[in-house]
Ligand binder design. Sequence first.
Ligand code: HAM
Length: 431
Amino acid sequence: MSQTLQAIRGMNDILPNEAERWEAFEETVRDWLFAYGYRPIRMPIVEPTPLFARAIGAVTDIVEKEMYSFTDSLNGEQLTLRPEGTASCVRAVLQHNLLYDGPKRLWYMGPMFRHERPQKGRYRQFHQVGVEALGLSGPDIDAEQILMCARLWDDLGLEGIRLEINSLGQPEERAKHRADLIAYLEKHIDRLDEDGKRRLHTNPLRILDTKNPALQEIVEAAPKLIGYLGEASLAHFEGVQRLLKDAGIPYRINPRLVRGLDYYNLTVFEWVTDQLGAQGTVCAGGRYDGLIAQLGGKPAPACGFAMGIERLMALIEAQGELPEPPAPDVYVVHQGEVAERLAFRAAEALRDIGCAVLTHMGGGSFKSQMKRADASGAQLALIVGDDEAQNDEVSVKPLRIEAEQRRVSLERLAEVVSDWLYGADEELNED
Ligand code: HAM
């Protein structure tokens, strides 16, 4: 026998119990985004490869080694499965001239692809909720986006997610810092690791973000970007912090927070938890004022963030009370051909009044069908035998409370069932 095919490593099936939790999460997220005036946008999953090289930066881990890229065999075009959403979102905004009548607040949700080494919290297909505000330049929107996140953690009942912020300043300020940083690192070149040596002249800022413990001492003593920020950049950073303090949101300035994508300037932030092991960043983002122009648009400021749904779901699982899988209201058991036809009509009649109905399929004795009805968690069983069916009647049997089974006509079924399902509740509420 041939072996069963497996999903690609790092790409996960999300099975029903989990998928239902995802849906509940998505509902909360939609309400939350609506409350802040964000509107949905959906972009393709495949984009031209140069979009990501231009937006994310040619010398980043994502573009250098993590992209799923391929050549379209029909026309030779270079294509890539999107590793993130910001580049696509900006491309869509420019392509459709969405900024013509002012700033836009947009959000998207969906799968992203990065060819990373899979581990807990790090997957090759993962899902993000991405939030982008385009056309707004003040520190107020940066702060509002951070406040938003804090509210979502609250809405989701999550605790212990810490906020780290930093300012990356403007490109000129970074250039000066970069020159000094390279000069400093060159003095210590013998102590750098392979990655460090390779990045020394291409992306030295990323060396500060290294996880290699042997480099920590060098990194600690390196020139810090904050010392190179001019008045306007510092004022922007202070503006963000003022609003965070007003809102009572605790934060830590992390001077080594540099982000793995090159498009950022000024404010960057990450929300981090200690409860997920090595992959503790559940949400990250910042300002990217240069990206719109870089992708060919009329210069316009922007900022945004994205959260990793798998990581948030893992946190919800670790911290929250998991809901029971939903049960149908009614399970329909039936035997015989006439009964089957009536069972179908009865089930549809109940769906007409909003009931969730599971109709037994696959035959079997009444006894075995009733076992299924009980296991389904339904409140009521609808029993249709040929005898009932001859008279256009069905029997309704409560499964969760002590009460007599009742035989009713098909016409009265909806009324009786809704009394049982909803009327009983009302009586309980009145007590
Ligand atoms: P990012 O930091 O690359 O930023 O990803 C955002 C979040 O996606 C991470 O904090 C993490 O929760 C999740 N994530 C990233 N890679 C993986 C992975 N391999 N497996 C599981 N989860 C992962 C961005 O993508 C930017 N586009 C965010 C942004 C939007 N900046 C401005 N606007």
